[in-house]
Design a protein around this ligand. Structure first.
Ligand code: HEC
Length: 153
């Protein structure tokens, strides 16, 4: 048990750290290549944390530190992503659709919803409430597919 907790804590810290690093570097004028790299890193962190959360829903021990880190990271990603949609950044290796440039409002609304659902995850972790975690995860995961099918190529 001790090892599991330690491992998950390490994962949570690594998650928070890699996301914080991306944000710290995101100030100043940004080239399309930088914007793409940052978007992919942020979204990659969403993929990694989702795997950890799914594992817990499938029976791995609930680790509130990991859930809290995932909630916080989600809020940060949701806030940062719209700022990374810079001109000329809708090309390889990005899978972001050029449609985004024509519909910043639509995608920004979706990121706002994602941020609120990230907060639900953080709140569930703060309360250490398994039912709230399940509900928050349901809301959280409902965002991924909808946005990807509209705004990714
Ligand atoms: C509001 C829009 C939006 C939401 C919500 C969203 N994504 Fe994404 N996602 C994107 C966009 C845009 C890209 C393409 C980024 C790029 O390549 O520039 C992407 C790419 C990805 C990638 C590929 C990253 C890579 O390295 O190419 C993963 C993994 C991912 N998202 C996971 C998730 C998960 C998991 C969720 C839900 C918990 C989620 N996303 C929710 C917009 C969204």
């Amino acid at each position: 048990m001790k090892t599991t907790t330690l491992l998950s804590l390490t994962a949570a810290v690594a998650l928070t750290f890699s996301a914080a690093k991306v944000v710290a570097e995101s100030h100043g004028a940004m080239s399309p290549a930088d914007a793409i790299a940052k978007r992919m890193a942020l979204m990659g962190s969403m993929g990694d944390q989702t795997k950890l959360l799914v594992g817990m829903l499938r029976g791995a021990p609930l680790d509130w530190a990991v859930i809290a880190a995932a909630g916080d990271n989600t809020q940060m990603v949701a806030k940062t992503m719209p700022t990374l949609m810079v001109e000329g950044s809708f090309m390889k290796p990005s899978t972001a659709s050029p449609v985004i440039e024509l519909d910043m409002e639509g995608i920004t609304e979706r990121f706002e919803k994602l941020g609120m659902d990230g907060k639900m995850l953080s709140d569930a972790a703060a309360a250490e409430d398994p039912e709230a975690f399940q509900a928050a995860f349901g809301a959280y995961i409902s965002n991924c597919k909808g946005c990807h099918s509209n705004y990714r190529i």
